[in-house]
Ligand binder design. Structure first.
Ligand SMILES: C[S@@+](CC[C@H](N)C(=O)[O-])C[C@H]1O[C@@H](n2cnc3c(N)ncnc32)[C@H](O)[C@@H]1O
Length: 242
């Protein structure tokens, strides 16, 4: 687990730490003397917070990985594809796609490397992980902002965004990310997003104004629970019109 944490980083690292630490304190303080209704309530809330933190860590380390492995398996990615991963972090999705490629196929990851969004987040870390995986011929990363992509129009066969666009604020900037993602896609290329509650509402609404055909929105279930079903991961695919 420690190796997985080091290689993948933990998403929004302060959230599960807060849930688990406060949960343990609440459970201990109230569990010592179960004299009143409030002690029982404090104990139950504490235990629920611990469970929520553990589920969050499961999703960050294993659940998200399973979601993307299923997406990659279903896509059937041609080996010469050009792939762009927005907010690549430790390159989990970048490398899953890169494993399907053969040069001149290439997966590019772009990020601003924000540690509050993913622990130990840096370009050097992800470059080392790419090298360790032996994928340096088919994967590379660059520093840049997904609101203003440093790429020409119509360049990529696949653009992916894994739990990254929701980190951009305000909503108008998230819309800019979607516009940029579609701009750099080749006609016929696919945008694949896995993200939080903004997907079924805000992203679908924004994408309807762009020249894409939308696929269905899918709730990814337990593997995408960020603490519980109230914070689920949704999957969305859009194909750029020809
Ligand atoms: C929760 S992490 C997810 C990382 C990775 N996609 C994954 O699924 O493991 C969100 C990532 O988005 C990046 N990010 C946030 N805002 C960004 C922006 N405006 N442009 C590029 N990357 C950004 C963060 O630095 C972080 O690496």
């Amino acid at each position: 687990m420690i190796k997985k944490l080091k290689n993948q980083g933990l998403d929004a690292p302060w959230t599960p730490i807060y849930l688990i630490v406060v949960g343990i304190l609440l459970a201990l303080l109230n569990g010592i003397s179960l004299k009143s209704f409030w002690n029982w309530l404090g104990l139950i809330v504490g235990l629920l917070m611990i469970a929520s933190g553990v589920i969050f860590i499961h999703t960050s380390i294993w659940g998200k990985r399973t979601i993307w492995q299923n997406i990659v398996d279903d896509l059937g990615i041609p080996s010469d594809s050009q792939v762009l991963d927005l907010g690549t972090g430790h390159g989990l999705v970048l490398m899953d796609f890169a494993r399907q490629l053969k040069a001149p196929g290439q997966a590019t990851g772009i990020d601003l490397w924000r540690s509050r969004d993913q622990s130990a987040n840096s370009q050097a870390t992800t470059e080392n992980l790419i090298k360790e995986a032996g994928l340096q011929d088919v994967a590379h990363v660059t520093t840049g902002d997904m609101r203003d992509l440093p790429f020409a129009d119509d360049q990529f066969d696949f653009v992916t965004a894994s739990l990254s666009i929701h980190n951009v604020k305000p909503a108008a900037d998230r819309e800019k990310c979607l516009q940029e993602a579609v701009r750099v896609l080749k006609p016929g290329g696919q945008l694949i997003i896995a993200d939080l509650i903004f997907v079924p509402t805000e992203y679908v609404k924004a994408l309807k104004d762009l020249n894409v055909t939308l696929g269905p929105v899918k709730n990814t279930g337990f593997n995408g629970w960020w603490g519980g079903p109230w914070m689920s991961t949704f999957e969305l695919t859009a194909t750029k019109d020809k």
